[in-house]
Design a protein around this ligand. Sequence first.
Ligand code: FEO
Length: 400
Amino acid sequence: MHCVRKVLDDLYWVGADDHRLALFENIHPIPRGVSYNSYLLLDEKTVLFDTADWAVGRQFLENVQYVLNGRPLDYLVINHMEPDHGASIEEILLRYPEVKIISTEKAVMLMRQFRFPIDGKTEIVKEGDTRCFGAHTVTFVEAPMVHWPEAMVTYDTTNGVLFAADAFGSFGALDGKLFNDEVNFDRDWIDDARRYYTNIVGKYGPHVQALLKKASGIDIKMICPLHGPVWRTDLGYLIDKYDKWSRYEPEEKGVLIVYASMYGNTENAARILATKLVEKGLTNIAVYDVSNTHVSYLISESFRYSHIVLASVTYNLGMYPLMHNYLMDMKALNLQKRKVAIMENGSWAVKSGTRMQDFLEGMKQMEVLDTKLTISSALRDENLEEMDAFAERILESVQA
Ligand code: FEO
């Protein structure tokens, strides 16, 4: 049975939720599911904006068929070719053999790589090209690396709708809701939106900045992303978040403490540090165990906070492997402009601090604070003064 939402009188959401997928891109946990958004415009011509993951293909196709209500499908605009959106293209071509695909040259190349039978069915567009479908005229805006090189966004000049591809999306299934004003985004969605952005698009901040610059020159009234809620109010809220994230500016002054502990002694020190910071009046603190927190959450929190404390046991004369994995991900995603304090532990050759410092010095604009706490196996009374000074230095930096 179809399950659609009306976006505007002549525009429908024909996407679908996926609650069965455990790992997005087979790597990021999505306990709240995910939506694959697709939109169908009923003008003199019928125009489908993107398709959906094959996992929800049946629901998606039923939705398209229902909204078309017997009309042919004239155009399929592909803004993004990653298979979570492009996988159902082949089935659309089979069901609507007269459809023309409108997309970028690179996207068409990817369609061929994915072995879709598109010969004679494509119209290549580039930046600034327009198409008129009747009452609606759209213009195409290239958005390379947001989040693949072929990506574009499509702006409907008639009603101000921006079909934004991966930009402004979020993890999380819609579950009947569609618009941002039907959910409490700041309470229920922002963490998943941040985790989606930082882990999926985070590496490409300068490209997102370029898109935001282009977007600032057009009058956007509604944002229709490929995942998560459609934005029709308070657009500035999300645009501001995207601006901060893509400039790698922290959202909040506060301290993220990530610890790697084998037998609980480094964890104990991390918690004592957190306690001291709170006692000194700094309450915006989050503490995570690198061993039981998926790295996508650590990355998201790293984009959020201004300060990070890395506390690691020494392992094979180096960093604990999961701490190393977290830092490698942080570097791969281009995180910058954070102040980091290091706490190291070891029972005979304490090396984790030096290794973490060397790693951070190989990253862009990461400042390692001029303080370090070294623990030999476990904290003892005589370390408490050092711990206090360590906390004081972090506090001073946060308050600077
Ligand atoms: Fe949701 Fe880059 O695909």
